[in-house]
Ligand binder design. Structure first.
Ligand code: FRU
Length: 303
């Protein structure tokens, strides 16, 4: 019973639910506010757990009040987090202020990262890799340590028969130095935000462009908002696409991409085809967009 490990950010999201997007320099009543755990890898890890996977999160974590909430909350989903890199003293949990526009579900993120470091390679070396069947990496702005981390998984794979599948999320635009991490990944997720910035105008363009930058046999996947998702495997060269499965009303799109990644990884872990996995990704992400947060995914069944 090996686990799926997600490596990357856990942060606190302070959400303001607004009827419409606020005007600058105005005072406006909000419909609701709440806080929840955010961060791509941490969200991916809980969606994996809700879908039924044994899931673990590793990232840097502070010891402030906010971080206690993050830890308790991860545990409440059954996500193992006791291998996180704990940073003592004056280190602060990153916080995002998020405006959710209730009229269209859009989410605007104002992120404040003070001094939390990135997971170091020396910390990663303390993990027992034989515990994992899949490691999902959210590319963070620390290319050197992330490249050492990913290279060490590849080296581990060379010594064992049960290989760990490595997936990589490249989300942030204007971080070309992180693209070199692709050489280590079996599955690469490219975001629409990054693609837009690189003037790639469709999900199909993205997977066709990026497959050339990946190692032989890799898979590239791109979710494209209301256009669904595309995936291309260099093994068979077959382009798969999935439509979007929109909810009746768009309520909250925060973390929809992290949810898509989790459900796609889950599908692939279950032995589904690439087509099946991205379709599941779109279904679960679509359902998420119809609810506040993602807790409601717990009670849903997926065919
Ligand atoms: C959503 C998210 C939020 C977080 C922000 C960090 O994908 O992970 O939960 O505040 O992105 O960039």
């Amino acid at each position: 019973m090996k686990r799926v490990l997600s490596v990357g950010l856990a942060c606190l999201d302070l959400i303001a639910n607004c009827e419409t997007f606020p005007e600058e320099d105005s005072t406006q009543m909000v419909l609701d506010y709440y806080w929840q755990r955010g961060g791509n890898a941490s969200t991916t890890s809980t969606v994996l757990a809700m879908l039924g996977e044994r899931s673990e999160f590793v990232g840097a974590m502070a010891t402030d009040i906010e971080s206690n909430f993050l830890r308790d909350n991860l545990k409440s989903y059954g996500v193992k987090c006791d291998n996180a890199m704990v940073c003592e003293s004056d280190i602060k949990t990153p916080v995002s202020m998020v405006i959710i526009n209730q009229s269209n579900g859009s989410r605007t993120i104002l992120h404040c990262a003070k001094n939390l470091p990135e997971v170091s390679f020396s910390h990663f070396q303390t993990l027992d890799l034989s515990q994992y069947k899949w490691i999902h990496i959210e590319a963070r702005p620390a290319p050197d340590s992330y490249s050492q981390i990913m290279r060490s998984i590849v080296e581990h794979n060379e010594t064992v028969s049960e290989k760990i599948t490595i997936s990589l999320e490249l989300e942030k635009p204007r971080r070309p130095e992180l693209d070199t991490l692709m050489q280590y990944a079996d599955v690469v997720f490219i975001s629409k935000e990054k693609a837009d910035d690189e003037r790639l105008f469709s999900k199909e363009d993205v997977v066709r462009t990026y497959i050339k930058k990946c190692k032989a046999g890799a898979v590239v996947i791109c979710a494209w908002g209301d256009q669904g998702a595309a995936a291309l495997s260099s093994k068979d060269g077959v382009l798969c696409t999935s439509p979007v499965f929109p909810p009746e009303t768009l309520v909250d799109t925060l973390g929809a991409g992290d949810t898509f990644n989790a459900a796609t990884v889950f599908g692939l872990c279950q032995g589904q085809s690439l087509q099946g996995a991205i379709t599941l990704g779109c279904k679960v992400a679509g359902a998420k967009c119809g609810m506040k947060g993602n807790n409601g995914l717990k009670d849903m069944k997926w065919d």
